[in-house]
Design a protein around this ligand. Structure first.
Ligand code: URA
Length: 438
């Protein structure tokens, strides 16, 4: 069948069978279908949608467009999580080592930040010597010997998605739950996972702003992942304010080290990390149920074992051997640290988390285009959460910047993210609001 006939079928509201989808995805991978045809199919899907079976077929075809990692030489369950992205979301840094302590093998392939959201890879690259792109031998060795390795994509995973996403990005067709589902899951399936937990965020700092949209995405992801043979559950978590009290790169690594060592733990971050871990352990059969999984996660943190595993992972991937003892010596630090005060004293009633992320981008800690470099040293710490008192002694955050100009710009943006008033004006949201299982 010609590519244009496949486009026509979907344009007219028809159903694509697995052969149509395979043929088209082959063409995306080998260049046999043109950019115009890919864009046209994306737009047809945007308006007409895909059934769950069509989404499964698209996911599997894109998974098979490149390498599929094989972990059969490792006995432990192969586990990972995926977050739809947020601000101050450094969960992966604590989650991966704690899951390893609890018996999972965690080959975590992470991405870079784009727009207002941070990326795990950018954060880890602020550790001197850390090899975010190890060769396959080192990646496998670290997963085997340490239990987890957080790295960037090295193998040729789901190249069809790479081309498809690039075209969607410039044709206003990213915001399709059906296409997002296949895009995310094709990469996770290509990583050779056995179980997956999705952290689907909703709120002012999330990709899906409304709870209803986030829930629809979570349901689609869970149905399609399980349909494609990957045991998956999802949690819907609140992204109406920064998750950690730090947002940036080195500052979020420092926050993660403090969490792992138990010297400073942000409550909401703890709740999300332990909840995701509990789900992951139960799904992988390493705990009888999520509740037991959460208890195991808590023990992995409280015993200091997760901190020890994180330190071993950093060293195995080229970072300093004594990183956990003195992270402040190794992490880059910006020369200016400037507290930002609210114009009037009161209680933080609302935060536009997206705007907090934009303030980090203003500082150079995030990207506006994929090829941008990020500055690992800049960011914001002591970020005031909803319900916190802010006044002339208690800032809404402390900006880490390279120069005064950055401070001025980031300060204006940060202030605009905050609404200060009275406690009665606060809308309360559960940090973990819902769980979606098949
Ligand atoms: N992230 C992805 O990997 N793919 C999408 O389509 C959207 C977000």
């Amino acid at each position: 069948m010609l590519p244009q006939e496949i486009v026509r079928l979907k344009r007219d509201g028809g159903t694509l069978n697995p052969d149509h989808i395979q043929l088209f995805v082959n063409g995306i991978t080998d260049g046999g279908v043109t950019e115009g045809q890919v864009a046209a199919l994306a737009m047809a899907i945007f308006f007409r949608g895909l059934s769950i079976d069509e989404r499964v077929a698209l996911t599997l075809a894109m998974r098979d467009s490149g390498d599929v990692l094989d972990w059969s030489d490792i006995e432990a369950p192969i586990v990972d999580k995926h977050s739809t992205g947020g601000v101050g979301d450094n969960v992966s840094l604590m989650l991966a080592p704690a899951l390893a302590v609890c018996g999972a093998a965690v080959p975590m392939i992470s991405g870079r930040g784009l727009g207002h959201t941070g990326g795990t890879l950018d954060k880890l690259e602020s550790i001197p010597g850390y090899t975010a792109k190890p060769d396959n031998t080192l990646f496998r060795k670290v997963v085997k010997e340490v239990g987890c390795a957080i790295i960037g994509q090295t193998a040729n995973l789901a190249p069809a998605d790479k081309r498809f996403y690039g075209i969607r990005d410039v044709t206003a067709t990213v915001e399709s739950i059906d296409l997002i589902t296949a895009s995310i899951l094709s990469k996770k399936l290509a990583a050779g996972l056995e179980t997956l937990v999705l952290d689907v965020k909703w709120g002012t700092g999330a990709f899906m702003g409304s709870y209803e949209e986030a829930k629809a995405l979570a349901e689609s992801l869970v149905l399609v992942a399980n349909g494609a043979g990957l045991k998956t559950t999802a949690l819907l978590t609140d992204m109406n304010e920064s998750l950690a009290s730090a947002a940036g790169n080195a500052v979020e690594v420092q926050n993660a080290v403090d969490f792992l060592k138990g010297t400073h733990i942000d409550n909401r971050l703890w709740d999300v990390t332990v909840a995701i871990g509990g789900e992951a352990l139960a799904t992988a059969g390493l705990a009888a149920n999520p509740e037991e999984g959460r208890a195991n996660m808590s023990r992995a943190f409280e015993s200091g074992e997760a901190a020890e595993v994180f330190g071993r992972m950093v060293t195995a991937l080229g970072g300093p051997a004594d990183f956990m003892d003195k992270p402040e010596v190794y992490l880059p630090k910006a020369p200016l640290e400037v507290p930002v005060y609210a114009p009037e004293a009161g209680i933080v009633t609302k935060v536009d988390a997206r705007t907090v992320g934009v303030a980090v981008v203003e500082l150079g800690g995030g990207r506006t285009a994929p090829e941008d470099e990020v500055d690992p040293a800049v960011g914001i710490i002591n970020i005031a959460g909803v319900g916190t008192t802010v006044d002339s002694d208690n800032p809404i955050g402390i900006i880490h910047a390279q120069n005064e100009d950055q401070v001025r710009r980031a300060q204006d943006v940060l202030l605009s993210a905050y609404t200060v008033g009275e406690a009665s004006e606060i809308a309360e949201f559960d940090t973990v609001r819902d769980r979606i299982a098949k």
